[in-house]
Design a protein around this ligand. Structure first.
Ligand code: PEP
Ligand code: MG
Length: 583
C-alpha cells in the first residue's frame, strides 16, 4: 500500500473486469468486519429484547415455510432438509439457550445468538455420531437466517441500491453480483477473490470495472470516499489527489474511445492475414445478454451458464419456466447455435435455497454434473426444457465437469429417458442435438481420446482446468499470482485434448476466460482451435487481434511454446513476439 502526504491511498489487487470508473464508495458488506456488536441491556429492557429475538425467529420461520410450500413433489429431499430447519428454529438448544443468555447475561439478541450458535456448533462437532455431526451446517444456516432478521434494518440488498456508486465489499458471491443494476452501480471492489472467479466473469459480462483480491479495501475505505477503480491494472485509488483524478479522467475517456472504435469494427470478419477463419462465440449467463452477442457479431453462444437462472430464484425453477427462457435465447440467436450448459452449481455458485450441503471443500465436492446425477429429477427437468427449446432453433447440449466415461453413460441414459418421456407425452421437441462435454478436469484431458467416442464435441473450460491441474483455487487471492494460463502443463493438457478431438473427428472449442485475453490468442490458434468462446465484451478486441495475425506464424509460435518448460519464459516470449501486433 502506498500512502502519500495527502490522503490518497493506492491498493493493488487483481483486475477482475477491465475499464475505469470514478465515483463514491458504498460499503455493502458486513462479513469481513464483524458488525455484530455486543451491548449490555438493563433489566427492564430484557422482555423487549427477548421479544425482538422471538419475532426474528418467527419471520425467518415464515420465510422458510413459504419456500417449502413453493417446492413441488420433485423436491422431496430438499423439503425434508428444510423441514429439519423449521424444527431447529424452536430447538431447545438454539432457541432456548439464546433466550436464557439474553435474560441471564443481559446482552443484546445478536450477541447472545452468536455466542450460543458457537457453543452448540462446538457441542455437535464433538459428537461421535456422524449424523449429529453433520447437523452443524444446519445450525449455522438457521442461525444465519435469524441473524439476518435481527439485523434486518442494516441488511443491504444490492438490487435495492439506488445511487450511482462503487460497491466496496469483503466478498461478493456470483449471486450478489448478478443482482447489480447497471444504472446504479459503476463498478465494484472486493477484499477477496482470485483469478477468473465467477464474480469477475459476471462483472465482465455487465461491462463494469472491477478489482478483486484487495485484501483490506473494506478496512481502508469509508462510505462516500472518492474512489478510482482501474479494472485493467487491478488498482484501487482511495481519495485521489487532484492530479491523479485528472490523469484517470483522461485515461477513462481514452479507454471509452478505444472501446467505441473496436466495437464499430466488430462486424469485420475474424480472419487472419493469410486467410485462416476463426469462429468467435459468446459466453453468457443470462438471456438478456443475447443482445450483446448480436451487437458484438458473434457466431452464436459457445457457453450459456444456466445456473444464474436458478440463482435468481427462491426455489428450483420448473420445466416450463426454463423452457421459456431457453426458447427466448434460442429464437433470438437462431440460426446461430446456442450451447446450453447444464446446471453447474455448488463450488462457488451456491443456490440460496440449497446451501445446506456443508462441504469442507466445495470445489472438489458435489458440483456440476455430480450434482445433476445425484439429483436426477432436477437434471431431467432441465434437459426436458432444453430438448423442447431445441424445436425452436439450433441448440448444443453441454455437460460440465465430466471426469470419466461412466458419467457420460449415465447422462446419456437420463437423456434417453427424457426423450422417451417427451415422446410418450407427445410434446414438441427435438432430440437431434449435439452432445458435448466440458473438459475442465485433468482426468478428462488425460482420457480425452476415450471420452471423444461418446460425444459430438469438447469445450475446454480452462478456468477450472487451470484450477484443478495446478491446484489453485480460482477464488483465492493468496495464490492468484500462480494462476497462469500460459503454464506449460496447462498448454500441454490443452494440446492433448485438441489432438484427441482431431483424431476422433469431433469439434473442439475453448470457453475459459483464457480465450478472451489477446495475448493467449496466437497460442490457442496455433494449438489448433478454430472456435473460441468468450465474454461478449472481449469479442471485438479478439477479432481485431486475429485480423492482424498470420496463421503460419502462430503455428510456429505454438510449436515453440510447447517445447518450453517455464511459464514466465513462455509469457515473455509470446509477449515480445506479439507486442506490436497486439497494440
Ligand atoms: C471454465 O471452467 O473454464 C468454464 C468456462 O466454466 P466456469 O467458469 O463456469 O466454471
Ligand atoms: Mg468450469
Amino acid at each position: 500500500m502506498d500512502k502519500t502526504e495527502s490522503k490518497e491511498v493506492v491498493l493493488r489487487g487483481i483486475g477482475g473486469a477491465p475499464g475505469i470508473c470514478i465515483g463514491k464508495a458504498y460499503l455493502v458488506d458486513r462479513e469481513g468486519v464483524d458488525l455484530i456488536k455486543r451491548y449490555a441491556i438493563v433489566d427492564r429492557d430484557i422482555p423487549a429484547e427477548v421479544n425482538r429475538f422471538k419475532n426474528a425467529v418467527k419471520k425467518a420461520k415464515d420465510e422458510l415455510k413459504a419456500v417449502v410450500e413453493s417446492l413441488g413433489e420433485d423436491f422431496s429431499s430438499q423439503v425434508d432438509i428444510l423441514e429439519t430447519h423449521l424444527v431447529l428454529f424452536k430447538d431447545k438448544l438454539l432457541y432456548g439457550k439464546t433466550i436464557d443468555s439474553i435474560t441471564q447475561d443481559k446482552i443484546n439478541a445478536e450477541w447472545a445468538l452468536k455466542k450460543v450458535t458457537r457453543q452448540v456448533k462446538t457441542m455437535f462437532q464433538r459428537m461421535e455420531d456422524d449424523y449429529l455431526k453433520s447437523r452443524v451446517a444446519d445450525i449455522s444456516q438457521v442461525s444465519e437466517q435469524i441473524m439476518r432478521q435481527l439485523m434486518g434494518a442494516q441488511d443491504i440488498k444490492i438490487s435495492d441500491i439506488r445511487m450511482r456508486v462503487i460497491l466496496v465489499a469483503h466478498d461478493l458471491s456470483p449471486a450478489d453480483t448478478s443482482q447489480i443494476q447497471l444504472e446504479h452501480i459503476k463498478g465494484f471492489v472486493t477484499d477477496r477473490g482470485g483469478r477468473d472467479s465467477h464474480t469477475s466473469i459476471i462483472a465482465k459480462s455487465l461491462n463494469i470495472p472491477a478489482v478483486t483480491g484487495l485484501g483490506t479495501a473494506t478496512v481502508n475505505v469509508q462510505n462516500d470516499d472518492i474512489l478510482i477503480v482501474d479494472g485493467s491494472t487491478g488498482q484501487l485509488i482511495i481519495n485521489p489527489e487532484e492530479d491523479t483524478l485528472f490523469r484517470y479522467e483522461e485515461r477513462r475517456a481514452q479507454y471509452e474511445q478505444y472501446r467505441a472504435l473496436i466495437t464499430r469494427e466488430s462486424h469485420l470478419p475474424s480472419v487472419t492475414l493469410d486467410g485462416h477463419a476463426m469462429k468467435l462465440m459468446a459466453n453468457i449467463e443470462l438471456v438478456e445478454e443475447v443482445v450483446s452477442v448480436r451487437d458484438n457479431v458473434a457466431h452464436g453462444v459457445g457457453l450459456f451458464r444456466t445456473e444464474f437462472i436458478y440463482i435468481d430464484q427462491k426455489r428450483f425453477p420448473t420445466e416450463d419456466e426454463l423452457f421459456d427462457r431457453y426458447k427466448e435465447a434460442v429464437e433470438l440467436i437462431t440460426p446461430q447455435p446456442v450451447t446450453i450448459r447444464t446446471l453447474d452449481i455448488n463450488g462457488d455458485k451456491v443456490l440460496p435455497y440449497f446451501k445446506n450441503i456443508g462441504e469442507e471443500n466445495p470445489a472438489l465436492g458435489l458440483r456440476a454434473v455430480r450434482f445433476s446425477l445425484q439429483r436426477p429429477e432436477i437434471f431431467l427437468t432441465q434437459i426436458r426444457a432444453i430438448l423442447r427449446a431445441a424445436a425452436f432453433g439450433n441448440i448444443r447440449l453441454l455437460i460440465p465437469m465430466i471426469t470419466c466415461v461412466e458419467e457420460i453413460i449415465e447422462v446419456k441414459e437420463l437423456l434417453n429417458r427424457a426423450i422417451m418421456d417427451l415422446t410418450r407425452e407427445e410434446m414438441v421437441f427435438n432430440k437431434d442435438i449435439p452432445l458435448g462435454i466440458m473438459i475442465e478436469v485433468p482426468s478428462a484431458a488425460i482420457m480425452a481420446d476415450e471420452l471423444a467416442k461418446y460425444v459430438d464435441f469438447f469445450s475446454i473450460g480452462t478456468n477450472d482446468l487451470i484450477q484443478y491441474s495446478l491446484a489453485i483455487d480460482r477464488n483465492n487471492r493468496q495464490v492468484a499470482h500462480l494462476y497462469r494460463p500460459l503454464n506449460p502443463a496447462v498448454l500441454r493438457l490443452i494440446k492433448m485434448v485438441v489432438d484427441a478431438a482431431h483424431r476422433q473427428n469431433i469439434i473442439v472449442t475453448i470457453c475459459g476466460e483464457m480465450a478472451g485475453d489477446p495475448l493467449n490468442v496466437p497460442v490457442l490458434m496455433g494449438l489448433g482451435f478454430t472456435e473460441l468462446s468468450m465474454n461478449p465484451g472481449s469479442i471485438p478486441v479478439i477479432k481485431q487481434v486475429i485480423r492482424k495475425l498470420n496463421y503460419q506464424d502462430v503455428c510456429k509460435t505454438a510449436k515453440k511454446v510447447l517445447g518450453m518448460d517455464n511459464t514466465e519464459e513462455i509469457y515473455q516470449f509470446v509477449h515480445s513476439t506479439y507486442t506490436e501486433t497486439l497494440q
